[in-house]
Design a protein around this ligand. Structure first.
Ligand code: UD1
Length: 322
């Protein structure tokens, strides 16, 4: 049994990490300011772990409420932890364009505090939520980790800085860190409640309500949509993998699906046939995104276990039942 802190553990991806860690019998501390995270996500994670046989899960779960941009909160979050999974962020490209100062505080100030706190607490390893948006518009696909980053938005820049801080803490202080670059993660508990929400959660919400989805641009932009269970697998492998320290590693499916195609597949699953509304392209948007996952295979032994369509089916089932 190890002690894990999941920052942003009340959020979408964070709560799935919490769920799996509880299932595996670990001690889990959630640190969240509940700005976008929700208590019901933690409750759902706990309930799922208990349902799967982890009867004592509640006794292994602790919540620290507070803002990690406050160093004292970061210290409380990291005290006694073996591993820190730093997922807390304001994870939206357009929101960062709208309000770069708020997203800088959440994505950089808080990250530096978590690193300092983890270093001082003697944490074994920090795993950071990086982003495919760091690559920007590269002419070559798939995107691999040797490519230079080219952030097109404050959000992408903040993730680059976060990663560089990770690497620097490994070099300067010997704190082991790994950055996992996420590619358009989707799944149950992704919140469709804001215009900044992930596109799959928004499309499902609209289609279930019988409303036409909006597509920004011509819909031929592509993404490597990744079901959340794959990310959980990659992140937990990154905690232990001996050669991963100091590295940035893509975790995705290595596929590429256009928004038009996404909508077609979703309408097939839902049995709807709504015509989308096409609007202007979104500023700061990347055109194409597809991951190479060779490095993840090599360093983490990772391979995607739930592919795009199966992930969509599971997500739709959750939205229908929620
Ligand atoms: C997403 C993540 C970001 C992550 C990045 C890389 C979210 C909210 N953002 O950014 O945290 O770092 O992937 O993994 O999950 N679109 C529409 N109609 C809509 C909404 C979006 O056409 O109603 C389009 C967007 O213009 C974009 C694509 O769908 O081209 C994906 O958008 P979005 O889900 O917001 O994700 P990213 O910006 O790619």
């Amino acid at each position: 049994m190890a002690r894990y802190t999941v920052t942003g553990g009340a959020g979408f991806i964070g709560s799935h990490l919490v769920e799996e860690l509880l299932r595996r019998g670990h001690m889990v501390r959630v640190a969240d300011n509940f700005s976008t995270g929700k208590r019901e996500n933690i409750d759902a994670a706990l309930a799922a772990a208990v349902r799967d046989g982890a009867a004592d899960a509640a006794s292994r779960l602790e919540v620290v409420e507070g803002d990690l941009a406050d160093l004292d909160v970061a210290r409380r979050a990291c005290a006694g932890a073996d591993y820190v999974l730093h997922q807390a962020a304001i994870p939206s490209v357009p929101r960062s364009v709208q309000d770069p100062i708020a997203s800088n505080r959440a994505n950089i100030d808080a990250t530096l505090n978590v690193l300092v706190a983890a270093r001082d607490a003697g944490v074994r390893r920090v795993v950071f939520a990086g982003s495919s948006s760091e690559y920007g518009d590269t002419p070559t696909l798939p995107k691999h980790e040797e490519m230079p980053t080219d952030p097109l938005s404050p959000y992408a820049l903040q993730k680059v800085v976060g990663e560089q801080y990770m690497r620097q803490f490994t070099r300067l202080y010997g704190l082991e860190t790994v950055s996992i670059r996420y590619f358009n993660v989707f799944g149950p508990r992704q919140d469709p409640g804001s215009p900044y929400s992930g596109v799959i959660s928004l499309f499902i919400k609209w289609l279930l309500a019988g409303q036409a989805p909006t597509i920004h641009g011509d819909g031929e932009q592509t993404r490597d949509f990744t079901y959340v269970a794959n990310v959980v697998d990659g992140v937990l492998r990154a905690c232990e993998a001996p050669r991963a320290a100091g590295e940035a590693i893509n975790v995705a499916t290595a596929g590429r699906v256009s928004l038009n195609e996404l909508l077609r597949v979703l309408q097939g699953i839902l049995g709807t046939s709504l015509t989308p509304v096409y609007g202007p392209p979104r500023i700061g948007d990347v055109r194409d995104s597809q991951a190479s996952i060779d490095k993840a295979a090599r360093l983490l032994g990772y391979a995607p276990s739930v592919l795009f369509e199966e992930g969509l089916r599971r997500t739709v089932a959750w939205f229908r039942g929620a």
